[in-house]
Design a binder for this molecule. Structure first.
Ligand code: NAP
Length: 285
């Protein structure tokens, strides 16, 4: 059995605040134990006021890697030496990997989301995608879906004139993939037409997490739609309840949580997370 607390153990972390509720330490530590990897993953509460304290952890020889969550996701970049393609194009990172003496930034949300679709027998290739929101998770998903051969991606935002991403966000992705990207206003006639033309609809906003709201009017949903919500608590948001009532295939964000973690694990260890065991232990309702 592996002693995950010994002094020669490699160290992995989750940085952010609050982090005490996170399932990440449990899933990674179980995976280390099952695979006999001498490492330990812990959650470190760090907010923007003491963000410099991450250097205590990430520059050590025993640093295996880290996940980064809110509120550090946008500011952690100053400690990173280089970015992988998806992180560079999506302007976000959630995973730090030490590589050849440098720190590399990756985003695994998009790949984790697409893995969760595949796991539910859903392919993004040649599909028209409508995504609500353009935050970090949405951008990571947009980039991954574009590289996976999505037919088109439409992004609906609450204010098209006030985007928190550089204006070249869409054109950079379009020039590196053949996927057309369009940004439209939520709650508009254009959006209603976009719903009709979409195969996969993804809520990448927090709407529905602590309220009983939904950004898509039920009357526009049809059984051919695949409806995804990145929210996993509650497991059924109003959007997903509506999708179920309309006969759509639907999926919450629980599998994405698992698979984005598995993607980070692979980057740090080179090994596949023992998904079945982790799922059985922490992801069954
Ligand atoms: P984020 O960076 O803060 O982005 C949130 C996005 O939602 C922004 O585009 C924001 O628009 C938009 N938004 C917020 N409130 C809205 C409202 N009332 N109406 C319309 N749009 C609204 O957050 P994130 O990290 O991308 O996370 C987004 C969601 O995904 C959260 O619910 C999060 O819990 C979930 N998530 C799940 C996983 C998973 O593994 N399942 C992983 C990551 C995230 P503005 O720019 O106008 O503010």
């Amino acid at each position: 059995m592996t002693d995950n607390n010994n002094s020669s153990a490699k160290k992995a972390f989750l940085f952010g605040s609050p982090v005490s509720h996170s399932i990440s330490p449990a899933m990674h530590n179980l995976s280390f134990k099952i695979l006999g990897i001498n490492a330990n993953y812990s959650a470190i509460d760090i907010d923007l006021d003491n963000i410099d304290s991450v250097t205590k952890y990430i520059r050590n020889d025993d640093f295996m890697g880290a996940n980064v969550t809110m509120p550090l996701k946008n500011d952690i970049g100053k400690y990173i030496d280089r970015y992988d393609t998806s992180s560079r194009l999506s302007y976000c990172l959630n995973t730090i990997v030490p590589e050849n003496g440098e720190l590399a930034g990756y985003t695994t949300d998009g790949a984790g989301f697409v893995d969760s679709l595949y796991n539910n027998d859903i392919d993004v290739k040649n599909r028209s995608i409508l995504i609500l929101g353009i935050g970090g998770a949405a951008r990571s998903i947009i980039v991954k879906c574009a590289f996976e051969g999505a037919k088109s991606i439409t992004i609906a935002v609450r204010n098209v004139n006030k985007l928190r991403v550089p204006s070249e966000f869409s054109t950079n992705i379009e020039s590196e993939t053949s996927c057309p990207i369009k940004i439209i206003q939520l709650d508009s006639d254009i959006m209603n037409a976009a719903i009709d033309e979409s195969d996969i609809i993804i809520n990448a906003t927090p709407v529905g997490m602590t309220d009983n709201n939904c950004l898509i009017d039920k009357k526009y949903l049809k059984p051919s739609h695949i409806v995804c919500d990145l929210i996993y608590k509650p497991s059924m948001t109003k959007l997903l309840l509506n999708a179920k009532a309309c006969g759509c295939k639907y999926m919450n964000g629980k599998d994405m949580l698992l698979y984005q973690g598995a993607r980070s694990f692979k980057l740090w260890t080179g090994k596949d997370m023992p998904i079945d065991e982790v799922k059985k232990m922490y992801f069954t309702d």
